[in-house]
Design a protein around this ligand. Structure first.
Ligand code: ADP
Ligand code: MG
Length: 350
């Protein structure tokens, strides 16, 4: 889209050179891509008797990332994982990626190439092909929009809307790590100040920062849950468990009991919380961007699913039960007391 002259005159980036470089670096190998970067639209063959999944995410400098605490490669990697994770939460297979970029005056060609490098590093294990995008100048920081196209078997997509009262609530992996990692980076770069006594081993620190900068999308887990029709509903934890559980409950018209004592927390996350005198559970409930999957299943599949997960070395933990809508969403404390679960997730415009 014009005006392209603007990008040329205001920054050292030449739009068409940049696109040509991207085209050469990210050549398509997927035979289903008839035409990738370089035409007015990408052309792909559609597979008969498959459903398409389409997801998009917008990242804004200062809201979603800060160039003081992350490199462009880290930002690219995380942007890709955010989209891959949406496909994982549907139980699908990712295929094609489109990227829209608005580049500020301070942005360089190297910034852009590093961003693509990080992004494609996250995509490579899943053979995702970059098939197009758009490029513009920005008067106010970076704007990065990713659109990911995937596929799934008809009627097997994992929706948010299938949970029923009596189903068990499960989570993959551990939560709270990415939030702890982000807080550590903010401390390191002087955006916040840690308490005087705050100590944490280098190993834990490294683990938590990596969980923030280089998270994993749970694609294998999502595809497994979908293929065997184990899950009745699923969502990825991108805003924070307390909010993402609410989305399942709203879409499924159910309530839930969340067993707070059984939340899967890593040793590193617990150590971080202890060193900062924070409640690790509150951190885990509010912290987003762990990109774990929250899903529900019928109790009659419980032992089969747990056995199969162990065999595949998938880490899953039962963290509660789905209840009728009228009881709302309750947190069950370690002492058995019930109280409404506060929504502490990240929300824009709050
Ligand atoms: P148009 O003027 O039709 O929008 P462009 O010159 O913007 O065409 O784009 C030319 C080709 O380069 C298209 O195939 C488009 O998808 C691709 N492209 C443009 N910007 C990007 C980008 N940032 N990342 C990947 N592909 C891009
Ligand atoms: Mg364009």
């Amino acid at each position: 889209m014009t005006p392209t002259a603007r990008l040329k005159s205001r920054s050292p980036i030449h739009e068409f050179d940049l696109i040509r470089t991207l085209q050469q670096r990210h050549r398509r190998t997927d035979p289903s891509v008839i035409r990738g970067i370089g035409d007015d639209a990408a052309v792909v063959t559609s597979q008969a008797r498959r459903w398409s999944l389409l997801t998009t995410d917008l990242l804004t400098e200062g809201i979603h990332f800060d160039l003081r605490t992350a490199t462009m490669a880290d930002i690219g990697f995380r942007a890709a994982v955010a989209n891959l994770s949406d496909i994982a939460a549907m139980g699908g297979t990712p295929q094609y990626l489109l990227v829209s970029l608005a580049i500020p005056r301070t942005g360089t060609r190297q910034h852009v190439l590093q961003f693509y490098k990080g992004m494609m590093t996250a995509c490579r294990p899943y053979h995702v092909t970059l098939i197009g995008g758009d490029t513009s100048a920005s008067a106010n920081g970076w704007f990065i929009g990713l659109t990911l196209v995937g596929t799934t078997t008809p009627h097997k997509a994992l929706l948010r809307s299938g949970a029923r009262a009596g189903d068990l609530l499960y989570l993959t992996g551990t939560i709270g790590d990415a939030e702890a990692g982000l807080r550590l980076l903010n401390e390191q770069f002087g955006k916040t100040r840690p308490p005087h006594t705050a100590k944490l081993s280098a190993r834990y620190r490294q683990f938590l920062v990596k969980r923030h900068l280089r998270p994993t999308a749970r694609l294998a887990e999502g595809q497994w849950l979908s293929a065997h029709r184990f899950a009745t509903s699923a969502i990825d934890v991108s805003d924070g468990l307390s909010g993402d559980l609410r989305h399942i409950c709203q879409e499924s018209h159910v309530g839930a009991d969340l067993d707070v004592g059984s939340l899967p927390l890593s040793l590193a996350c617990r150590a971080y919380a202890a060193s900062r005198r924070l409640d690790p559970v509150a951190l885990a409930l509010a912290g987003g961007e762990d990109y774990e999957l929250l899903f529900t299943l019928s109790p009659r599949h419980r032992s089969e699913v747990e056995r199969a997960a162990k065999l595949r070395q998938f880490c899953i933990t039962c963290i509660g039960t789905i209840r009728p809508a009228q009881q709302g969403i309750q947190a069950i404390g370690q002492d058995g007391t019930k109280r409404p679960l506060p929504n502490s997730s990240y929300q824009h415009f709050r």
